[in-house]
Write a protein of this length. Structure first.
Length: 122
């Protein structure tokens, strides 16, 4: 049996940046099909597998939750990145630019005010 060329594999798979869970499952299924073959992979199949793996890693990185081991500053940066908020938005919450910078660098804890919730980053 002749192996498919990289171009044919690309046309069969149509890889693209993953934006939805459905695309994530489809790309993951295609990668699983390639990995699960009971023979050696061609160079072109390996190239496609690497591409699909990168697309999956990119999606995971953009949609993951912060790790439990992340520092509070890292968690805040994650929330900001996923909510579209900036340091300017935090200035409105904290009241001082120096506090915002220090919190984002992990040099200071975020000030806690009564009635202030995480919804301000939503």
């Amino acid at each position: 049996m002749l192996s498919a060329t990289y171009e044919k594999l690309l046309v069969e798979t149509l890889p693209q940046i993953i934006e939805t869970e459905k695309q994530y499952r489809e790309i993951g299924d295609r990668l699983g099909d390639l990995v699960g073959k009971r023979r050696s992979h061609t160079r072109d199949e390996t190239r496609l597998m690497r591409l699909l793996d990168l697309l999956i890693e990119d999606y995971d990185r953009r949609h993951r939750m912060p790790d439990e081991d992340d520092t509070p500053a890292e968690k805040l940066q994650f929330l900001m990145a996923h909510s579209g908020k900036t340091a300017v938005d935090l200035f409105l919450i904290f009241g001082q630019r120096s506090q915002v910078s220090e919190v984002l660098r992990g040099e200071r804890s975020a000030p806690i005010r009564p009635g202030l919730s995480g919804s301000c980053l939503a």
